[in-house]
Design a protein around this ligand. Structure first.
Ligand SMILES: [Zn+2]
Length: 154
């Protein structure tokens, strides 16, 4: 298994607006019932929940299965390598806090049977290809929060 990269990133603007407009969620146990997702990210593991009643793999991670309403869920590792299914480049209109990062790439990554949207770092739009392998990357904010992105596999 390849080593997962991580990077400390700065938020480019002070967020003074309501928390709802902050791209990065509040990740601790006090604020979310999926805090384990973020704890796992801190260990460089991308995980989600799987329903033990109907077997459905859920993304994003849930506390109750939306298909069968069971709360018998277990945490599953998704691995660290995916495949680029689609991508585009953000040139303007970036979410709050990302205006200074444009242009940057975002995509849909197929990983462990799921399609998840993510930022694609270390990539130029012109050089990306559908079907290319991408590797999980963890970004850490100065306040301790974490999030996932992907980078092209070498
Ligand atoms: Zn279910």
């Amino acid at each position: 298994m390849k080593k997962v990269k991580s990077e400390r990133v700065k938020r480019t603007e002070e967020i003074k607006l309501p928390q709802m407009l902050d791209f990065y969620p509040l990740e601790d146990e006090k604020n979310t019932r999926i805090s384990l997702f973020f704890e796992n990210l801190k260990e460089h593991r991308l995980t989600t929940t799987k329903c033990n009643s109907c077997g459905k793999l859920l993304w994003p991670p849930r506390i109750i299965c939306p298909d069968c309403m069971s709360d018998e869920l277990e945490w599953i590792d998704l691995g660290s390598e995916g495949e680029l299914y689609a991508f585009t480049e953000m040139r303007l209109g970036a979410p709050l806090g990302f205006a200074e990062d444009v242009p940057f790439c975002i995509g849909i990554v197929k990983i462990s049977g799921l399609s998840i949207s993510a930022r694609i770092d270390n990539a130029k739009y012109e050089e990306l290809k559908i079907g290319a392998k991408v590797q999980l990357k963890i970004v850490e904010l100065e306040d301790g929060r974490v999030f996932y992105r992907f980078v092209p596999s070498k």
